[in-house]
Design a protein around this ligand. Structure first.
Ligand SMILES: Cc1cc2nc3c(=O)[nH]c(=O)nc-3n(C[C@H](O)[C@H](O)[C@H](O)COP(=O)(O)OP(=O)(O)OC[C@H]3O[C@@H](n4cnc5c(N)ncnc54)[C@H](O)[C@@H]3O)c2cc1C
Length: 455
């Protein structure tokens, strides 16, 4: 009989409750990773780069598990099916995994539980749910009130430490498909994640300038990029927290180091919101249950998905996402605002588009943020929107980010490029560029959506 560690968003060895419990059980361990879910509405939605990043993280974990002779079984099928195979081969005593509130993960866990003893642990968040100063079902809806309550009590548990012993090799061999893409802005996986954490704190001391640079779009170190590792679970949020705290001890704490944790808490917040609202959190009308009459227009959808809206900030960010699988927080906010408030397209199309391409895709953060910007989630402002022209001028004053992704705008007079949609058509056409006219008028499109939203 074997213990199974059912891997999901926890592709690491450090701070891993499921491996720790399996190690304590002292039976041979088989790790299982399944790329699909059994839920009837589940559809695989991922760009090749995103899939390759996850596979890369799995290869990294496999290398580490090889040291202990722990096999990693990879299946392009739901976990419940994979476990049946493991059971036939070895017999399953207990399955160990981590709890996730998202519907597909919950459904899969229920399915597994019907066939095998299943023990799920909490590890996705910085704060353990038992240490929250309220029941999860009573998580405050507003972030500020949530944060203030959490910060008053502030318990972050120590990292889980455990020993894995070297196993007798199993007769059955398992392999991972090769990764045929290696074009990542940061190498995925735990080994590179721990290096990135060390780099951003102790090595480069970028943590001490984070608050000043975090809104930047161009440079790798403007923000931490920990999301690329958190999404796969290659870094645990507690590992980040304790490293930042150690860094503060050595180099001093200030608003910059505080702000890294402040942002990490947003991630927790959306996870608790998902757990509080369950299926409503993922509902098309959002947690506010606000019905919006969305515009159905394939040409608009096509334009934004290819970065050809004629709004440079939006197009540059989409080009970056398609090429790298990453977009800055500033970019995401502007794109989501333009998508829903100017183009009037359903937020769920945007959510799915991000899901397909973002290497750091996290179901709760993505859904929660899309709903927030759309105005059907936790933000109570009636019709908040971003002026995507002013935002470009403010956060990319030298237009270097813009030119990186839209070199075709080089000929346009410096300092005016973000204003492309506000130029007179004759001025735009005089440049004779292969770049589109704006797809909508900025203010007129806002008025249309204000009416449709009822603001
Ligand atoms: C429409 C939209 C969709 C988003 N989708 C995702 C997603 O799928 N996955 C994801 O991880 N983040 C998502 N975010 C949040 C945020 O944009 C990213 O976490 C951030 O850009 C990642 O880069 P970073 O690690 O350098 O962030 P940093 O600025 O360095 O922040 C540190 C960490 O704090 C957390 N964090 C920061 N901002 C947020 C936020 N607004 N919500 C939740 N957590 C946050 C992340 O874990 C991040 O790694 C989304 C935001 C928007 C507006």
């Amino acid at each position: 009989m074997v213990s199974v560690v059912w891997l999901t968003h926890d592709l690491r060895l450090h701070d891993h409750a499921a491996f720790a419990q399996a190690a304590r059980a002292k039976r041979p361990i088989v790790a299982v990773y399944a790329t699909q879910f059994s839920h009837p509405t589940y559809q695989k939605n991922e760009a090749p780069l995103k899939a390759a990043a996850r596979l890369h993280a799995l290869h990294d974990l496999k290398q580490q598990l090889d040291v202990y002779q722990i096999p990693l079984m990879y299946v392009d099928a739901p976990a419940s099916q994979a476990l049946d195979q493991v059971d036939q081969l070895f017999g399953i005593d207990t399955v160990y995994g981590h709890y996730h509130a998202a519907p597909y993960e919950r459904y899969e866990a229920l399915k597994i539980q019907k066939a095998y003893p299943l023990e799920l642990y909490e590890s996705a968040t910085l704060i353990h749910p038992n240490d929250l100063p309220f029941d999860v079902e009573r998580t405050p809806n507003g972030y500020t009130s949530f944060r203030k309550k959490v910060e008053k009590l502030w318990v972050v548990r120590d990292l889980i430490l455990y020993d894995l012993s070297v196993q007798t090799p199993m007769e059955h061999a398992f392999s991972l498909p090769p990764v045929d893409v290696n074009d990542f802005i940061l190498t995925p996986g735990e080994t590179a994640g721990l290096k990135r954490l060390d780099y951003y704190t102790f090595q480069s001391k970028k943590a001490s300038t984070y608050k000043k640079t975090r809104n930047g779009m161009k440079n790798l170190d403007d923000s931490t990029k920990f999301s690329m590792y958190l999404a796969h679970g290659a870094l645990s949020p507690r590992m980040i927290y304790h490293t930042v705290k150690a860094y503060e001890k050595a180099h001093g704490s200030d608003e910059n180091t505080y702000w890294i944790i402040f942002e990490l808490l947003w991630r927790d917040y959306f996870k608790w919101q998902a757990r509080k609202h369950l299926n409503t959190f993922f509902h098309k009308d959002g947690i506010q249950q606000k019905r919006i009459d969305w515009i159905k227009d394939d040409s608009r959808l096509q334009a934004i998905q290819t970065g050809t809206t004629g709004y440079p900030l939006i197009d540059a960010n989409i080009k970056e996402l398609l090429a790298t699988g990453y977009m800055s927080n500033r970019g995401r906010q502007n794109v989501a605002s333009f998508w829903t408030k100017n183009l009037g397209l359903d937020w769920r199309l945007g959510e799915a588009f991000f899901e397909k391409h973002l290497i750091d895709y996290d179901v709760e953060s993505n859904t929660g943020n899309w709903q927030y910007v759309t105005g059907i989630g936790n933000d109570s402002m009636p019709f908040r929107y971003f002026d995507v022209i002013k935002q470009g001028e403010r956060y990319d004053a030298h237009e270097s980010y813009l030119l990186k992704w839209l070199p075709e705008l080089k000929k346009v007079t410096t300092g005016t490029r973000y204003r492309w949609p506000r130029m007179a058509p004759s001025e735009r056409h005089a440049y004779a560029l292969d770049y589109p006219d704006p797809i909508v008028d900025f203010y007129a499109s806002l008025e249309v959506m204000k009416k449709r939203v009822g603001a």
